[in-house]
Design a protein around this ligand. Structure first.
Ligand code: NAD
Length: 252
């Protein structure tokens, strides 16, 4: 079965909750060993425990992906533990909301340091291991915001950083494919996470819903098969691709 990931070694950043947690479960269920990486160790540990309970080999690692020493440490730890890295799921990302004219340099730099600098560091550190073994799958999390400007506005730094994720993915994907390393990204639409259940967000949620041909928000389960596909040999001819999963929202 070309979608199986048995004996493959994977990590997921931002794996402690939300989309990253769902990716960790999906990769583990497909057979991979999974290192769950998060800024908050307790969250990573909780997800690693969930995977262990399912019989999936998993470890938890704390790292701030914007720090080169943290990224190198997690890569070294995974290689020391499991011998290599086959699947790198670079998913950690942050989102702040301010009107563009009020966006502080601090907010701009913070957003880019996690969403883009962190991705560069992870792709480079994991990529070196993969280029060395002549095989690897890198899956970055971009966003529908890389393509369109979804409601609400006030996401200048976020939108710009996610467009950067797509170009980074295209560039690495073409540069490394002849050495066996495929680099793709997934662009989710608006995903139904606990984050958007707060009462004050409900008017916005209604506005978003009106913008989605599928007439519902994405669920993390809508994204799980995509990450397994991009991590598997079934997608070996695919690189630099932005897989958009948004219920048609970017087409309206
Ligand atoms: P989330 O906020 O629920 O989870 C993100 C996780 O990343 C958290 O556990 C957090 O602790 C961790 N994290 C934050 N900064 C980190 C850092 N510097 N180093 C390591 N870990 C860090 O977010 P989510 O909704 O699951 O989003 C995951 C990814 O998907 C992000 O890149 C986000 O931009 C993208 N995305 C989300 C949506 C959505 O609607 N939720 C839509 C499109 C794209």
């Amino acid at each position: 079965d070309r979608l199986r990931l048995d004996d493959k070694v994977a990590y997921v950043t931002g794996g402690g909750q939300g989309i990253g947690r769902a990716f960790a479960h999906a990769l583990g269920e497909a057979g991979a060993k999974v290192a769950v990486v998060d800024l908050v160790l307790a969250k990573a540990e909780a997800v690693a425990r969930e995977l262990n309970l399912k019989g999936i080999k998993s470890i938890a690692l704390a790292a701030d992906v914007s720090k080169p020493e943290d990224v190198q440490r997690i890569v070294d730890t995974i290689v020391a533990r499991w011998g290599t890295i086959d699947i790198a799921c670079n998913n950690a990302g942050i989102n702040m909301n301010s009107a563009s004219e009020d966006t502080s340099l601090e907010e701009w730099d913070k957003t880019f340091s996690v969403n883009l600098r962190g991705l560069f560091l992870c792709c480079q550190a994991a990529g070196r291991i993969m280029l060395n073994q002549g095989y690897g799958k890198i899956i970055n999390t971009a966003s529908m915001a890389s393509l369109i400007v979804p409601h609400p506005q006030k996401q200048l730094a976020y939108n710009a950083s996610k467009a950067g994720v797509v170009k980074l993915t295209q560039t690495l994907g073409t540069e490394w494919i002849d050495r066996g390393v495929k680099v793709n990204c997934i662009s989710p639409g608006i995903v139904d996470t606990p984050l958007i259940h707060s009462p004050e967000l409900q008017p916005l949620v209604q506005r978003w819903l009106a913008d989605i041909p599928a007439a519902r928000l994405a669920r993390v389960t809508d994204l799980q098969a995509a990450v397994v596909y991009l991590a598997s040999e079934a997608s070996d001819y695919m690189t630099g691709h932005n897989l958009v999963i948004e219920g048609g929202q970017s087409l309206w």
